[in-house]
Design a protein around this ligand. Structure first.
Ligand code: GAR
Length: 199
């Protein structure tokens, strides 16, 4: 089986990264590099424990473009073919998004295009939504606006707290991300003229 070389960008806990790692043994992808902008990101340990190369690239004191140029250099040095954002809490420059177009995906804890941006669960609860979910999408320059590859839906109950709802969504994220990455790694989905095209 040919495995595409994957780089994962994280900022924190890295539970989605953990699921991508757990699924990779018989998957058409292999995570070769994990980069964090925070040196205390829990995901760094998960990667190191799995024998995956890690790199810390701090963002503080750098322009967005300078930070992204460092990310780009590290990913290319690792011969990365696909980049996954997994709880990576930095907005990427237009140049980075364009340079990796079609090879750069993100997981977002909402049913996009609803609830782009931050503090999703808080806003979903405040709006008394009856459902929410998670989306894996191609990254384009506009924040959380790229075409969706896969989505999973969960109910929202009237007495849900932030913790309860985020845990329910996270559980489906953990199944969704490896499945979506598999589709991309097998060339079963492509970004064509702004659309996710399957087949
Ligand atoms: C996940 O819920 C992911 O969807 C979200 O951050 C969490 C990261 O958890 N991402 C975003 O909100 C991106 N805008 P993890 O570090 O345990 O994978």
């Amino acid at each position: 089986m040919i495995q595409k070389r994957v780089g994962v960008l994280i900022s924190g806990r890295g539970s989605n990264l953990g699921e991508l790692i757990a699924a990779q043994a018989d998957a058409p992808y292999k995570i070769v590099l994990v980069i964090s902008n925070n040196d205390d990101a829990g995901g760094l340990k998960r990667a190191a424990d799995a024998g995956i190369a890690t790199q810390i690239i701090p963002h503080k004191g750098k322009s967005r473009e300078a930070f992204d140029a460092e990310l780009d250099t590290a990913l290319r040095a690792g011969d990365v073919q696909i980049v996954c954002l997994a709880g990576f809490m930095r907005i990427l420059s237009d140049g980075f998004a364009r340079a990796w177009e079609g090879k750069l995906i993100n997981i977002h804890p909402s049913l996009l295009p609803a609830y782009r941006g931050a503090r999703v669960h808080e806003r979903v609860i405040a709006a008394k939504e009856s459902q929410s979910g998670a989306s894996v999408h191609f990254v384009v320059p506009e924040l959380d606006a790229g075409p969706v590859i896969a989505q999973a839906r969960v109910p929202v109950h009237p007495d849900d707290t932030l913790e309860i709802l985020s845990a329910r969504v996270l559980e489906v994220e953990h199944r969704l991300y490896p499945a979506a990455l598999r589709l991309l790694a097998e060339d079963k989905v492509k970004l064509e003229k702004g659309l996710a095209v399957f087949g």
